[in-house]
Design a protein around this ligand. Structure first.
Ligand code: FAD
Length: 397
């Protein structure tokens, strides 16, 4: 089934485009366009603007203060944001823990946390993975012992994205080591200022400080910070993961990356001709473009089914695998197009405000982005795991 946009949906797209043209600060737009690392303040400033517009919580129902958009509006919004070089909304509060609190949280938790997320007052991070528990998440070992009206938490989380800015952590902990793996897990909301929490940076290949290790050493967490019943954490965890994978194909970003690549390859010369005219290079660009078109149609089919009341299932795994492979291929081609010019590493440009002329600015982030994109096939459930899901549920193997 193909999706054609109604007049209302087209008008909505125009409204979003106008808003982005007026409201997205030029310096933030430029940082995103040039692939520079965003600072906490860049995220906060943009998210405050979205919050004031009532558009921060794009996936929330109106009863909790969201805009009440359906899947088509959300798709249009994401696409326009990527085209305008707007920062991606930090997902851990608004897109991940919020749906869990709405579904499993107590009325008190809903009244306390949801408005704070909507108003951008808390910065959440995700404490799922551990050194020995990634794909096999249910093997996690962080231990929480119930003592009076507190849990005493000990353990280590890893790959905690942007945890250095966060004041809240949603965390999977083992409350019953004797129960079956999944049955002994609970879901806790932990204040990052609690004594006993240490955050250590992990610097990734692109030189960025995006992920962290989080150590929990006798951290006292009030029992009222548990979401759902003790031992029900796995249900919350799985529910959250379906939200984590939504939109993970990154189609808007892939479109921008393709446009950028084509523009570069038509300006860069190879033996007196534009690189884009070189058959071997052109073939890879054309293949990537065809992949992108196919992925977009698949994505629109999934959205059309959701508009008609269907829920995306294993299709989201399919979109994740193809979308991440495509974005990796586009970053590889961009690096190849720039050749040796992509080699220099300019940390002052990537992290700070140092300026570069336009030619160097184009190249400065190419390798960093190439390295950064390696993560796409790992996080949100590694691609090998997604392929197994597709094999089992779609191909019935
Ligand atoms: C940049 C980045 C940010 C992240 N942010 C967060 C975060 O904020 N919070 C958080 O909790 N986690 C985060 N993660 C962790 C992420 O969810 C895990 O890395 C991911 O689940 C894979 O787990 P792992 O790294 O332990 O790899 P492993 O599970 O050890 O897997 C290693 C390799 O073996 C393969 N493999 C494992 N099991 C199977 C199997 N059964 N069949 C076939 N192949 C298999 C995997 O596909 C992978 O290629 C982040 C990761 C990255 C890279």
């Amino acid at each position: 089934m193909n999706l054609t946009f109604s007049h209302e949906e087209q008008a909505f797209r125009a409204q979003v485009r106008r808003f982005l043209a007026d409201a997205l600060p030029g310096d933030i737009r430029k940082r995103v366009r040039l692939g520079r690392h965003l600072r906490a303040d860049d995220h906060l400033r943009w998210q405050n603007i979205l919050s004031a517009q009532g558009w921060l919580a794009a996936n929330w129902p109106t009863e909790h203060g969201g805009p009440g958009w359906g899947p088509v509006e959300r798709h249009i919004f994401d696409e326009e944001c990527a085209a305008a070089h707007a920062p991606t909304v930090v997902p851990f509060g608004v897109n991940m823990v919020a749906p869990v609190i709405m579904k499993f949280g107590s009325p008190e938790q809903q009244q306390h946390y949801l408005p704070r997320i909507l108003n951008n007052q808390d910065w959440w991070c995700q404490g799922y993975s551990e050194p020995g528990a990634g794909s096999d998440l249910a093997g996690l070992n962080t231990r929480a012992v119930h003592e009076g009206d507190h849990y005493i938490v000990n353990g280590q989380k890893t790959w905690t994205t942007l945890g250095q800015h966060a004041n809240m952590l949603f965390c999977l902990v083992r409350t019953n080591p004797d129960a079956k793996k999944q049955a002994g897990i609970s879901f806790l909301l932990i204040d990052m200022q609690s004594p006993g929490i240490t955050v250590r940076p992990i610097i990734t290949l692109d030189g960025a400080h995006e992920v962290n290790e989080v150590f929990l050493d006798n951290v006292r967490v009030p029992v009222e910070n548990r979401v759902g019943e003790e031992g029900q954490g796995w249900t919350c965890a799985k529910f959250l993961l379906t939200h984590e994978r939504t939109g993970i194909a990154g189609l808007g970003h892939a479109k921008q990356a393709l446009l950028h690549l084509k523009s570069l390859a038509s300006r860069i010369e190879h033996r007196g001709k534009p690189l884009l005219a070189l058959p071997s290079f052109r073939l890879r660009v054309v293949k990537a473009e065809l992949e992108l078109m196919a992925l977009e149609v698949t994505n629109l089919r999934v959205i059309a089914a959701a508009r008609d009341g269907g829920a995306p299932g294993a299709e989201s795994s399919l979109l994740k695998v193809r979308g991440s492979e495509l974005r990796q291929e586009l970053s590889e081609l961009t690096r190849r197009a720039l050749g040796p010019a992509a080699l220099p590493f300019f940390p002052d440009f990537l992290h700070g405000d140092a300026s570069l002329d336009d030619v160097h600015a184009q190249s400065a982030s190419a390798s960093a982005q190439y390295f950064n994109r390696r993560k796409l096939s790992i996080y949100g459930g590694a691609n090998e795991i997604q392929k197994s899901i597709v094999a089992k549920t779609i191909l019935e193997m």
